[in-house]
Structure formats: C-alpha cells, structure tokens
Write a protein that binds this ligand. Sequence first.
Ligand code: PLP
Length: 405
Amino acid sequence: MSVTQPPITRELFNEVILPIYAPAQFVPVKGQGSRVWDQQGNEYIDFAGGIAVMALGHCHPVLVEALQKQSEQLWHLSNIYTNEPALRLAQKLTAATFADRVFFANSGAEANEAAFKLARYYATNKISPYKTKIIAFHHAFHGRTFFTVTVGGQPKYSDGFGPKPADIVHVPFNDLDAVKAVIDDHTCAIVVEPIQGEGGVTPATPEFLAGLRQLCDQYQALLVFDEVQTGMGRTGKLFAYEHSGVVPDILTTAKALGGGFPVSAMLTREDIAQVMTAGTHGTTFGGNPLACAVAEASLDIINDSQLLDGVEQRHQWFIKALEEINQRYHLFAAIRGQGLLIGAQLTPEYAGRLREIIQAAAEQGLLVLSAGSDVVRFTPSLIISEQDVQQGMARLHQAIAQVMG
Ligand SMILES: Cc1ncc(COP(=O)(O)O)c(C=O)c1O
C-alpha cells in the first residue's frame, strides 16, 4: 500500500530547519542555464547563480556528464587513499597558478581555516613561536567557522559565541597606513579579498595590494588572498590576483570551483607546504572524487581565454543596463566591481529599501543578491546569454519602477 507523502512547502522550513536563514517565499525546483523554476512553475532569470557559485549556469551538460560518469566509478574512499580526480584537479590548478600544492576541502570557510592554520604553523615553526598575529580588514568575510568568522571584519557575525581566537587585528580596507601601523615581527599573515564580496563588492586598489605584498616581504609574513568569491573566472581572469600582478603566498577558492558541487581548495607554494606533515591537518570529505571530477570539468571549461574574454563583454552589458536604469531613477550612488562580480550601491535615500528591491525583482521573475547593507549584487553565470541579460534587466527595471511607485 503506497503512503501519500504530505506536500513539501515553504512553510515546512519554519518547522524543520535551524532558523538561521530567511529564504524567499518560493521554493525553486529546477534550473537550466540562467533560468530557474519554482514549485508553481514560475520562471526566474538568475543573476545570482547561488552566491557566485553557478559559474556555468544550472545543469551544464558537461558537468552533468562528469558527475554521472564519476557516480558510476567511485564516490568516496577518504584520504586514507588518494584518487584520480583529485590528483588531476590538483595538477591542473597548480599548472594554472603560482601554486605547487593543493589542499581540498568542501567549503570556503574550510579552505580559509586551512590557510590561516597553515600561515600560523609556518610562522611559528619556521620563525618564532610568537609570530601569530593575523591582520585582516573591516567588512571582510572569510566564512563561518569560529576562526574564519573572527578573521572576518564583521563582529556581529562572531559575537555571542564565547571567547574568540586571539591575535587577530582588523584595520580599514584599502588603507595601507593603517596596516603599517599594526604590522610587526609577530605578524604571520595578512588576509585579504581582492574584491570584498559580502562586504559590498569593494575592489582593493592595485596600489593597496602591491603595498601589502611589500609589507609581507619586509616582515616575513604570508600574504593570503581569499578568492573564494573572486576565483574561477568571476573577474575575467582565472583568479583575480592576475589583474594586479601581485602574487599571494596562499590562495583559497571555493564557490564556483565545483559549479554547484561543494568543493574548495587552498593553494600554496612548495616551500610553505613543506612545513606540514602527515596528520597536521585533514578532512573526511576533502578531495572527494565526485566533487573533484565536476570541478575538473568546470576548470577545463572556465580556464579558456575565449570564455574569460566573454566575462568582460558581459560586464559591459551589465554596466550599460544598470547605468540606463540609473539615468531614469537615480537610485545608485556607485556601480562597481570587476567581470561578473558587480555591485550597485544604493544612494543613502534608498539604502533602507534593498530588501524591497530584491523581493520586487523576484516578483518580476529575477534573482539578484544583496552585499552589505546597501548594495545590489550581481553574480550571474559567466556564460549567460545576451538575451537573458537584457530580459533580466528589463525585469529589474520593472521591479525598481514598482518600488519607486
Ligand atoms: C570571500 C569569501 N570567503 C569565504 C566565504 C565562505 O565560504 P563558504 O560559505 O563556502 O564557507 C565566502 C562566502 O560568501 C566568501 O565570499
């Protein structure tokens, strides 16, 4: 006798999920390219892509095939054994970057946790047991483990959980003098996002990054680039550090790495990696064959000059359309970002209406994100079509017209 299951509704969220999110009132059930459909069959154009995750859109056929193929071969064995997809992916990531060694994990926070632990381990083992200070920036975001959220520059996310990891100093972003005022021989690392994503889509200036590099060299500290959001083609280069020419010592990436399959990586040089030995760090799922097979397929597609050039072209489409909207409504004080990490900052007059704009957009059939308290953020697929951009922007226009009354 078949048992009828009760319907799955948005209301169920309020009963069974830890109340740490406030998801939209509709429940998406299907995605294809840059389009998403909800339970009622309503269609949305996706300018969010998760949160900068779906770099190749939803259900890209090559990724689907990679996942299907691997799912029939080997799902998991743990790091007691290595596996071919992880080795292939690590080989390709090191070939494409400054790095020689890779640590795989499952989320951005875990990659950063590994990076911060490595920076401290390296400094305390190689130079001095007192070399533990980490310099980070106001409004930075590095994840939600207790170490990473404390290195993040928003105390509201780390307050209330008891004693925090110590010896972490925060200074204003893009302010080199502020860094000079706190850096010393006890500093093991400076941690920075080349473009602050969650903090409001704020790019670091090339001079700032060059200055951080110079200070790290001077004080024997490691420069850590958190490219969890900016990595994997998001800015029009495979990694954002390539724009500035400033090469980090450690780089973390996640979000788009698996095109929607959870996987992250920490990349570093051989001389730094050598400080770690068997047992100093680890994870059950990191380097999982399914995740690495999808990430390899994703990297193969993204690390291509034509695709990366296309990101810049799409950036222009977005900027042009946003400027047109702004000419009409004057609600953006600034439109900024790089590649397909774009933020439109609301003027103080409209800053309090960010939620309303995002909700109105959804009602018009468009998914967009917030960043910080007053920025509308766009992180679409890197291969979104011109038609989807135009249609999505028409929907944004309508949503803004609705909000402006
Ligand atoms: C720059 C940056 N670092 C780290 C993280 C944390 O990644 P995850 O949520 O996968 O742990 C994020 C997520 O938004 C991020 O944008």
